[in-house]
Design a protein around this ligand. Sequence first.
Ligand code: PLP
Length: 401
Amino acid sequence: MLVYLDNSATTSTAPDVVAAMLPYFSEQMGNAQSVHSFGQRAKAALEKARRQVATLIGAAPTEIVFVSGGTEADNLAIRGIAEASGQRRGHIITTEIEHPAVLATARALEEQGVAVTYLPVSRGGLVDVAQVGRAIREDTDLVSIMHANNETGTIQPIEEIGKLLGEAHAAGHTRIYFHTDAVQSVGKLPVNIHSLGVDMLSMSAHKIHGPKGIGALYVRKGVRLGKILFGGHHERDRRPGTENIPAIVGFGTACELAGASLEARMSRIADLRDYLERELNDRIPGVRANGDPLARLPNISNLSFEGVDGESLLIALDLKGVAVSTGSACSSGSLEPSHVLTALGLSREQVRGSLRFSFSQYTTREEIDYVVQVIVEIVDRLREMAPDDDAAGVRNASAQS
Ligand code: PLP
């Protein structure tokens, strides 16, 4: 049996999405900037997709900028604001648990003289709203805080932070722009830019059964972004380069599908996730869930297995046809311990023993039953083999339970 539980890394492209894309590789292959009929049909497809993407998050179509994915959306938001502020270096507030697309961009700007505050998070992975307020300085011009974390699924209080920034503005602070990376939350939660109170929001198609290499940045009307790429006048001068029409059409279709019966689909996924956690908890001692138990996405379960090396568990699962991920390798390809779980205060051993299971609408109960059965076997074997006292402790507890 092959079971794919790494949907936060990427999802399969939905058959309806592939079908919608196909004509745009062949008979409908025009450049959306061309004046002739081929170009006009491509342009019509581009604008239809823009409406589909905008509808999913409650934005106006003109506020959607198509980019190459979540990474570019994050770069455009953060560097775009820094570029627009010119000589005034400014100050950015972000968190320690952001995706590398945000963290590495912030670090690069720091080298150019921009000040950055990296806020810590609670044991559950939540940012403290009051702490955001205390971090605001006279020169703060951007707050970038992710909507849902890609390793734990923890959902940040974005609406409250949006309100806080609005209050700071009302009290006389110059406008502080608010960006959120919603790559993991779009299509998993109802996401509305008005209720979130954000000025910019990053999205990526391949996390919602769309194609890879396409995404969007929502930019609220009136927000002035500096340029990070130079070229033609595409995307209202906000992102040059010939539009990737097949991918954009796929992204638009994926957004439409993601919005349809979202809550019913997600509640089914949350049931499967809870089922996995319950079964593993009942059958294996020393399993703990990481992240906030309430403010969480329906499709991610991040679990630490005491006395087990996550990498060994991942490889053993792969041999049984089950694909999951460890925090360490998921986003950066590095073998450094997960910066997210470390920021939550987990010990090195707990981080090392963690795996992320991420579900999709195609995940079935039979698959979860199979995964539970193989994990029980593998963890037992790995603990038998582990030389250290920890594992022996867990084994003894296991023998008694
Ligand atoms: N932001 C988050 C939270 C992500 O999970 C990812 C993907 O892993 C990205 C940004 C980057 O998106 P993309 O793969 O489309 O560049």
